[in-house]
Write a protein that binds this ligand. Structure first.
Ligand code: NIG
Ligand code: FE
Length: 385
């Protein structure tokens, strides 16, 4: 099945520094076959379906490299309390753990697939999904197994917080995580993650978790510096993590180390928005040479948005990013955070994951916050919206 999208007013490829104008893209089955000026588009004797973009903008599908979308219940009341002045605390995770443990596979699957559809409708064509609301061997195994049904980007986050039954016995819980739990989960996952933060896991505990995962062939990524400064960023870089996520409170040394590393910093503006924490200064980070990605961190506690467009709008409005940088961070940046070179770019040979916006330029993503601007979505060459 071949599709020519033509009359594209502005085409963001992430393959050239400026977007193309009056462009066209040819999709052949799951891949991009050709990209260029609409006037130069190859004719096709076999015929292809033609989609007239009528001057609208096209961007790569969003790559959301950080989500926690297999869970039970929600925490709307906690959000309300926060908006009334209460502080965010990672301990809220335990209430989602209780709701998740008591949900059936079918209930969890229905919720997961509903959120995934919601994401796809908003232009997200690749999603990373973490476990972390089970925190016992059987439930963590269920979560990674369900996530693996819908994405190859599955992350084992058994070290999310210490569950209530191990209160004050964090080291014993880590023994379980790096032992029986990792054994059960490793076959379903690509990534190992840990929440390295005061109130979650210490640096030595985090190192144990990450090194155990690496020894099993998993690749590391780390939650760090969400609630305060710490050594999690340095640990992530030392262990060659693909990404360190949050980075709300960074030291100058963290920034310098990130800039000198291959580790992406994934910023999660939905978290600062819904916890009323300060937004990181993405402008300063990019100017210092840090590679920045944007992701939603969709979860019932700290950030229950699934809209990459919303994250782009906040990043532009409050974090000093240009729209071009924010769109790059939400597409190619996310791909880099997942160490993928087949997505996030519109170029021959890449996966045909694209979004046709109901707008003449990508600037509208930030300029028209909250407005549904996703007209069509192609994933692996198939039009899914
Ligand atoms: O990425 N930081 C830890 N984990 C999630 C929050 C989870 C929750 O509050 O339920 C996050 O923000
Ligand atoms: Fe997270």
């Amino acid at each position: 099945m071949r599709t020519m999208i033509t009359n594209i007013g502005e085409l963001t490829t992430n393959d050239s520094s400026e977007p193309l104008t009056d462009a066209a893209v040819l999709i052949d089955r799951g891949r991009i076959e050709w990209v260029g000026a609409a006037d130069d588009a190859p004719s096709d004797p076999e015929g292809y379906e033609e989609v007239d973009a009528a001057g609208r903008a096209v961007i790569p599908g969003f790559v959301d490299s950080h989500s926690h979308i297999v869970f039970g219940g929600d925490r709307a009341e906690e959000f309300e309390a926060r908006m009334a002045g209460q502080k965010y605390a990672a301990g809220g995770i335990r209430s989602t753990v209780a709701a998740t443990r008591s949900a059936s596979d079918d209930e969890l699957r229905a919720r997961l697939r509903g959120l995934l559809d919601e994401m796809l409708a908003q232009g997200t064509t690749t999603v990373e999904i973490k476990s972390g609301y089970g925190l016992d061997v059987a439930t963590e195994e269920r979560l990674v197994r369900l996530a693996a049904e819908v994405t190859p980007e599955v992350t084992f986050l058994g070290a999310h917080v210490v569950p209530a039954e191990y209160a004050d016995r964090g080291d014993e819980y880590v023994d379980v995580v790096v032992g029986e739990m990792l054994d059960a989960c490793a076959p379903h996952v690509k990534w190992i993650d840990v929440f390295c933060e005061t109130g979650a896991f210490t640096v030595p505990q985090s190192r144990r978790v990450l090194e155990a995962g690496i020894a099993r062939g998993l690749q590391p990524r780390v939650h760090a510096s969400q609630l305060g400064r710490g050594e999690g960023v340095q640990l992530a870089i030392e262990l060659g993590a693909a990404s360190v996520d949050h980075g709300t409170y960074l030291t100058d040394a963290d920034v310098a180390a990130l800039a000198a590393s291959d580790t992406v910093l994934t910023l999660l503006p939905g978290v600062e928005f819904s916890t009323r924490q300060p937004y990181p200064d993405a402008r300063a980070l990019i100017d210092a040479g840090v590679t920045v990605a944007l992701a939603c961190d969709t979860n019932p506690g700290s950030s229950f948005t699934s809209s990459m467009a919303f994250c782009i709008a906040v990043a532009v409005r409050d974090m000093g990013m240009t729209t071009a940088e924010a769109v790059w961070a939400a597409t190619a940046g996310g791909a880099r955070a997942l160490r993928r070179d087949d997505i996030g770019v519109i170029a021959p040979g890449k996966r045909a994951d694209l979004v046709l916006l109901d707008a003449p330029s990508r600037v509208h993503l930030a300029y028209r916050p909250g407005v549904p601007l996703i007209r069509h979505v192609w994933k692996d060459g198939a039009r899914v919206r």
